[in-house]
Write a protein that binds this ligand. Structure first.
Ligand SMILES: C[S@@+](CC[C@H](N)C(=O)[O-])C[C@H]1O[C@@H](n2cnc3c(N)ncnc32)[C@H](O)[C@@H]1O
Length: 370
C-alpha cells in the first residue's frame, strides 16, 4: 500500500495543528485533582519540552560571587556550551567526595531541564553541580541535552542530575547519599533555588529551606530567585480567580505559583541559619515587538550566607545596569500597570491556556534574554 503523500502545511496550519495537539493533552479538573504535584510537572514538561524555560544567562551578572574574573569583567560575553574530550569513563552516578575535591560544589534544587544549571556550568569551569528535580520528565529532558552527555563523556565530568523531592523528610531515600556526600565535603559551597519555592505548597517550603541549611557549609552561599508580588502573571491569575485567596495560585495546567514580597523572602530564611546579604526586587519591562506589548515583570532575588562562618565568596555587586547596554530589556521605572508599546489602543494579548498568553516563555519563567 502506498503511503499518504507528504502534507506541506502552511505556517498557520502547522500552528493550528500543534494547538490541537496541545488542547487534546489539556488536563481535566478531575485529572488534575487526581495527580500528584510531581505528575503535574511531568505533564507540564511533556507538553512544553526542554526549551520552554530559556537558559538563565543573567546568572552571570546576578551571581558574580561564583564567576571567575574574566566573566565578572564582561558578564555579557557568551560562554561556550559544555563540550567533550571524549575521554570520560564515568557512569552517571553521584560522584564521590574524591571526584569533586577541588571543585566548587553546588546544588541547583528544582532544576527543571537545566535552564539555570547549564549557564552556571558554562560560566565557571570549576563548578561541579548537583542538580535535582522531583519531575522525572524534567530530569529526563535535562539528561537529553547534548551538554549533559558531553560532560559525562569527558575526563572531568561536571554535573550529576537525579530525581528527588527537595521538601522530603530528612531521612528520605532520595537524599541519603547526597547528605552523606555533603557531610564528607564539610558542606556544599553554594545552593540555588531558582523559581522553585514558589512551586511548593506553602506548608512544604520550610522543609526545603531546612534541607538547604543542612547541605550548605557554614559560610556557603544560598541564591534565591523567584516570582515577585505585583508581577504581571500574578495579576492575570488574580483576574481569572485562580487563587485560593491566601497567596497560592494554580496555573492552567495545575502547577502552583506564589508571588513573594520582600518581607515574605526575609521570613523564608531564619536568622539563626542564614545571614542576609541581599534581598531585592528585580523589575523589567519586557517588550514583545511582534505583538506590540510590554510586560511588567517582577521577580525577587536574595542572597544569604549559611550562618557559622564568614562568607566563602566575598559579596559582589552586579554594578551598572548592563542590560540597558543590550537594549534587550529596560529597567522598569515604576511598578505601573501593564502598558503597551503601541499605546492604549493596542489589542490585548490573546487568551491562552495558561497565565502566559502574551509571550509564553517570558511570562511563565521570568527569563529575559541577553
Ligand atoms: C518554574 S520551574 C524552575 C526550574 C529551574 N529551576 C529553572 O530555573 O528553570 C520549577 C521546578 O520546580 C520543580 N519542583 C516543584 N516542586 C518540587 C519539589 N518538591 N522538589 C523538587 N523539585 C520541585 C518542578 O518540577 C519544576 O521543574
Amino acid at each position: 500500500m502506498e503511503g499518504k503523500p507528504h502534507a506541506h502545511k502552511t505556517a498557520g496550519e502547522r500552528k493550528a495543528s500543534s494547538r490541537r495537539v496541545k488542547r487534546k493533552a489539556k488536563l481535566s479538573k478531575a485529572a488534575k485533582e487526581s495527580m500528584g504535584d510531581d505528575e503535574l510537572w511531568d505533564h507540564f514538561y511533556s507538553q512544553k519540552g526542554v526549551r520552554f524555560y530559556k537558559d538563565r544567562h543573567w546568572l552571570r551578572r546576578e551571581l558574580m560571587e561564583l564567576m571567575p574574573a574574566e566573566v565578572r569583567r564582561a558578564p555579557l560575553t557568551w560562554c561556550a556550551p559544555l563540550g567533550s574530550d571524549g575521554c570520560g569513563t564515568a557512569v552517571d552516578v553521584l560522584p564521590s567526595a574524591e571526584e569533586v575535591r577541588g571543585f566548587v560544589v553546588g546544588l541547583e534544587a528544582g532544576c527543571g531541564c537545566g535552564s539555570a544549571a547549564f549557564p552556571l556550568l558554562r560560566a565557571n569551569a570549576d563548578i561541579f553541580l548537583l542538580a535535582t528535580d522531583f519531575s522525572g520528565e524534567a530530569i529526563r529532558l535535562l539528561k537529553s541535552r547534548d551538554e549533559y552527555e558531553n560532560q559525562l563523556s569527558s575526563s572531568r565530568r561536571r554535573c550529576h542530575a537525579w530525581v528527588s523531592d527537595v521538601a522530603a523528610p530528612v531521612a528520605d531515600a532520595g537524599w541519603l547519599e547526597v547528605e552523606h556526600l555533603a557531610a564528607t565535603l564539610d558542606g556544599l559551597h553554594f545552593l540555588t533555588l531558582v523559581f522553585v519555592l514558589s512551586a511548593l505548597p506553602r506548608d512544604r517550603v520550610r522543609a526545603a529551606v531546612k534541607r538547604a541549611a543542612r547541605l550548605l557549609r557554614p559560610g556557603g552561599l544560598l541564591f534565591f530567585r523567584d516570582y515577585g508580588d505585583g508581577d504581571l502573571a500574578q495579576r492575570r491569575l488574580d483576574d481569572r480567580g485562580q487563587t485560593d485567596g491566601a497567596g497560592t495560585y494554580e496555573r492552567g495546567e495545575g502547577t502552583l505559583a506564589r508571588y513573594f514580597s520582600l518581607s515574605d523572602v526575609e521570613a523564608l530564611f531564619p536568622r539563626d541559619l542564614f545571614c542576609k546579604v541581599e534581598v531585592k526586587h528585580v523589575d523589567r519591562d519586557i517588550t514583545n515587538r511582534a505583538k506590540q506589548i510590554t510586560m511588567n515583570r517582577r521577580w525577587v532575588q536574595a542572597k544569604y550566607v549559611r550562618a557559622g562562618a564568614p562568607p566563602l565568596f566575598p559579596p559582589c555587586d552586579a554594578g551598572a545596569d548592563l542590560l540597558n547596554e543590550t537594549g534587550a530589556a529596560r529597567r522598569r521605572a515604576s511598578p505601573a500597570a501593564t502598558t503597551s508599546a503601541a499605546g492604549p489602543t493596542a489589542p490585548p494579548p490573546p487568551p491562552g491556556d495558561d497565565d502566559a498568553p502574551a509571550c509564553a516563555d517570558a511570562v511563565e519563567c521570568g527569563c529575559f534574554a541577553w
